[in-house]
Design a protein around this ligand. Structure first.
Ligand code: E4P
Length: 219
């Protein structure tokens, strides 16, 4: 499985990239809007930092404009994966891009049916929104990830399953256990995942014991 950072902030992306824990980045219009810098400047920075896939979303809903925007985004770099919403016009765009070997990430997937249709249209990735689904009572994001995994495997579907909208450690770990190919998580969650209270306590004890010993580190 792979871990992507769900962020358009070049500083966050650079930090997580340098930790060596992420293999790609996903963005959405809300994330890009929150950076406070010109779009192309941000995208060029992300392209410089990340040696992996970068999902950029179209900002239109009609077929013609989405297709045009998708081509513009894809032309920026071979790293770009075009994010397309799961709508009828969106899937029509995915079909065309797929035939042209342009990678796509079908976003805002909230049901098994949507995940199957995205795959049928030729999506490279399908992003299941675990957290947003769980915001609605009696819905389980993990269960959906598990169902999509089973359906994709049973039908030998090559579309990669992305668990997105990750809000906590449990979402992250359950998404892995239920079969996501990729989990995309925001920076604060990734930072939190590195830490464990026993790691902190253990490290402190090692350092205290060392300090008391009077030993000197070589070099
Ligand atoms: C997915 O690629 C989206 O960018 C993202 O995961 C949405 O997360 P949110 O529901 O926390 O906004």
């Amino acid at each position: 499985m792979e871990l992507f950072l769900d962020s358009a902030d070049p500083q966050q992306v650079k930090t997580a990239w340098d930790w060596g824990v992420i293999q790609g980045v996903t963005t959405n219009p809300s994330l890009l809007a929150s950076v406070g810098k010109p779009y192309i400047e941000v995208v060029n920075e992300l392209i410089q930092i990340v040696d992996g896939s970068i999902s950029l979303e179209v900002i239109a809903t009609d077929f013609e404009t989405m297709l045009q925007q998708a081509r513009t985004l894809a032309a920026l770099s071979r790293k770009i994966v075009v994010k397309i919403p799961c709508t009828t016009d969106g899937l029509k765009v995915v079909k065309i891009l797929s035939a042209q070997k342009i990678k796509t990430n079908v976003t805002l997937v909230f049901s098994l049916s949507q995940a199957i249709l995205a795959a049928k249209a030729g999506a490279t990735y399908a992003s299941v929104f675990v957290g947003r689904l769980e915001d609605m009572a009696e819905h389980s994001g993990d269960e959906l990830v598990s169902q999509v995994r089973t359906a994709y495997d049973d039908s030998l579907i090559p579309t990669k399953l992305v668990a997105a909208s990750i809000r906590n450690e449990n979402h992250f770990e359950q998404s892995i256990l239920t079969g996501a190919d990729i989990v995309t998580a925001p920076f604060p969650i990734v930072e939190k995942l590195v830490r464990h209270q026993l790691t902190d306590a253990g490290l402190q004890r090692f350092l205290d014991d060392w300090a008391r010993s009077g030993l000197e580190f070589p070099g």
